[in-house]
Design a protein around this ligand. Structure first.
Ligand code: EPU
Length: 423
């Protein structure tokens, strides 16, 4: 295991290039299951989650050559239609192989992903959607077993207790591309990653349209062909670096981003006193010394993303006054809070709301990442803290931030990745 040792206390300055989106790359790579032809994807980030997916795809009939951000995915000779526990437990997004395997091969077996550090993470909506398409699904010894002689289009409402489901929408959308007739997905997720998947599938010969109210209309086709496609930039990585610049009262320019995907985030940063300059693919931020406290709620796109809630909690700690962060997608996603408290933060969590009484200071400490975004929140806290902090269990962070150490060094942060004896 490794840890980050970060000597904080200085504003960040400089420029970085944002990587391709992890949460788009995963479903787009999985979409290769729907065709027998080659799929070439550009702007794929090099991350632990991508490595896990490459191993999983190899079991499911696809061999991936991945070099310099380009993944070439070709058929191999395997016909194993099972996503096993040892891979799915490493990455719960593996559940999205369910829809495409079913559509292409009429059968699949995927281990139930279970919960994660921030809550139970059910998959009932994925199952409901695929059953509506005529799949027969049973749960057997921890596995979802799905069969379908022919998937049939229908109208499906994918709204859940906490709004639409991103990967559930992806699963049903991919299955519906090869179903007989038309599928209408009401309350489909509208996240840019879902849009990117729909756009890519259309380049493969699918017929997917999005109505103004977000409903997806998918006319099934007989076959999908190969494609060459470039994945969107990572909006959560963009938001993380912008928040880091604000929290350290620094300035930063991020390239290869898409400002339209993070409007809610940029609005908040502007409202609290950051100077933001944006064009389509580049955003510059310069933070004033005194920023204003804020209140945010995480909600489905285009509202503020849950994946930046922990990160903005750290930002709130650096601002004098009371801020509140309401988590409406995962009410228990506050694993970062006890660690931030160890760094001197004053935060109370009650009923899905974190109330931060910021005093402008964070103190260095030994802390540990409990999940990807909680870990990113601690990195920002360490950048702002007075002396050296050590962040343990950084494998969580490496699941989703490409070349983080190098990027941080390039904007003036004293960070080292070192062997860790604390498990
Ligand atoms: N939900 C259900 N039933 C379901 C599926 C979801 O009740 O069948 C609930 C969830 O428990 C949650 C809400 O619906 O309360 C939304 O969950 P969603 O299904 O949209 O989450 P996901 O698709 O599993 C993706 C991202 C997450 C991100 C969420 C929300 C990927 C690989 N993961 O997860 O990203 O937080 O959407 O935007 O795309 C991350 O990158 O750190 C991360 C966790």
């Amino acid at each position: 295991m490794y840890k980050y040792a970060i000597k904080g206390g200085h504003p960040i300055h400089g420029e970085i290039k944002i990587s391709g989106s992890k949460n788009a790359a995963l479903p787009l790579m999985v979409a290769s299951i729907l065709t027998d032809e080659d799929v070439i994807l550009h702007n794929v980030p090099s991350l632990l989650d991508i490595d896990v997916l490459i191993k999983l795809l190899d079991r499911l009939g696809k061999k991936t050559e991945f070099k310099n951000g380009t993944a070439i995915i070709k058929p191999n000779n395997r016909t194993d239609l099972e996503a096993p526990y040892e891979l799915v437990k490493k990455m719960r997004a593996s559940i999205i192989v369910l829809g495409p395997l079913l559509a292409k091969h009429g059968f699949c077996k995927v281990t139930l992903p279970g919960g994660c550090a921030f809550g139970p993470r059910p998959v009932d909506l994925h199952i409901k959607g695929l059953e509506a398409l005529n799949a027969k699904i049973k749960l057997n010894e921890g596995y979802i077993e799905a069969k379908a002689t022919k998937l049939k289009g229908t109208t499906i409402d994918l709204n859940g207790k906490y709004g639409p489901t991103v990967l559930g929408t992806d699963n049903v959308m991919m299955a519906a591309t090869l179903a007989q007739g038309t599928t209408v997905i009401q309350n489909a997720a509208c996240e840019p990653e879902c849009e990117d998947l729909a756009n890519m599938l259309n380049t493969m010969g699918a017929d997917i349209q999005r109505e103004d109210n977000g409903t997806l209309i998918i006319n099934g086709v007989k076959k999908l062909h190969g494609t060459e496609y470039t994945i969107i930039p990572d909006r959560i990585e963009s938001g993380t670096f912008l928040a880091m610049a604000a929290a350290s009262r620094g300035s930063l320019t991020i390239h290869n981003t898409n400002e339209k995907h993070i409007e809610s985030v940029l609005d908040i940063l502007e409202n609290i006193g950051c100077d933001i300059k944006r064009n389509d693919t580049t955003i510059s931020i310069k933070a004033k010394k005194h920023l204003k406290p804020f209140d945010i709620e995480s909600l489905p796109y285009p509202k503020f993303p849950t994946d930046l809630q922990s990160i903005f909690t750290t930002l709130a700690c650096t601002i004098n006054g009371t801020s509140s962060l309401t988590e409406k997608i995962y009410p228990d996603r506050f694993m970062h809070v006890p660690e931030l408290i160890r760094m001197g933060a004053n935060i109370e969590v009650s009923d899905g709301v974190a109330t931060v009484s910021g005093n402008g200071k964070l103190l260095s400490a030994e802390v540990q990442a409990s999940d990807l975004r909680a870990g990113a929140a601690l990195v920002i806290a360490a950048v702002c803290a007075d002396k050296e902090s050590n962040i343990h269990r950084i494998y969580h962070i490496e699941r989703g931030y490409e070349k983080l150490e190098k990027k941080l060094q390039s904007i003036g942060i004293n960070i080292k990745k070192i062997k860790d004896n604390i498990l």
